[in-house]
Design a protein around this ligand. Structure first.
Ligand code: 5GP
Length: 191
């Protein structure tokens, strides 16, 4: 997606060799007009797949999932990271290792919000080592639902998540794939 690549180059900040900060439009301030275009791109790709629900993880995935959901006209379910006293007792859980925080956390989804009839599109902001998507995939499998694909805004192609998920048969669709960020220079994979 050319508009996304342009925004990454103009507004992105490379931290070290492997973290991209895009707080001005995706992870802190939200550029709604732009995110609407992102949501539309996911719809154009998956619109014929009879998606019944979009699944993401709080918090960064929610805004993107909501934008896409308006086009699909389906609900968004977001996996919760924190234990809350009013969370349902009937829940699916999975473990996710956080690339940015270096810790493992649990994600939880109330069973009543995913059923075996659901056809689920996963949406997330970044794909690094694929742990977040794998955690969501695990929950979808526990529910006996169908995983239609994973819509990712920014895939870091120099990490293994995309390769592993595609090899595992997941239909991963990334709007921009970064090949390298060495020395702060962002190079995109041609697609
Ligand atoms: P994965 O689970 O694929 O290893 O990492 C993906 C998750 O980690 C995403 O949900 C995202 O929140 C976070 N993440 C991974 N790499 C980056 C990055 O370079 N920048 C930002 N902002 N988040 C990242």
């Amino acid at each position: 997606m050319e508009l996304l690549k342009k925004k990454i180059l103009e507004e992105g900040e490379v931290i070290g060799d492997d973290i991209l900060k895009v707080d001005s439009f995706l992870n802190h301030q939200l550029d709604i007009k732009f995110l609407n275009e992102v949501g539309k791109e996911f719809w154009l790709k998956f619109r014929n797949d009879k998606v019944t629900k979009i699944l993401t993880i709080e918090s960064s995935g929610i805004a993107i999932a909501v934008m896409a959901a308006q086009y699909f006209d389906v609900p968004v379910v977001f996996a919760k990271k924190n234990i809350s006293r009013n969370l349902e007792t009937e829940i699916y859980t999975s473990e996710v290792f956080s690339f940015t925080k270096g810790t493992t956390y649990q994600i939880k989804v109330a069973k009543k919000y995913i059923t075996a009839e659901d056809r689920i599109l996963i949406i997330d902001d970044f794909l690094a080592n694929g742990r977040a998507v794998l955690g969501l995939k695990d929950i979808i499998e526990q529910a006996g639902a169908n995983l239609i694909g994973a819509g990712i805004v920014i895939e870091k192609g120099f990490q293994q998540g995309g390769k592993n998920l595609r090899e595992a048969g997941v239909n991963v669709y990334s709007l921009a794939i970064i090949e390298s960020m060495k020395g702060g220079k962002i190079v995109f994979r041609e697609n």
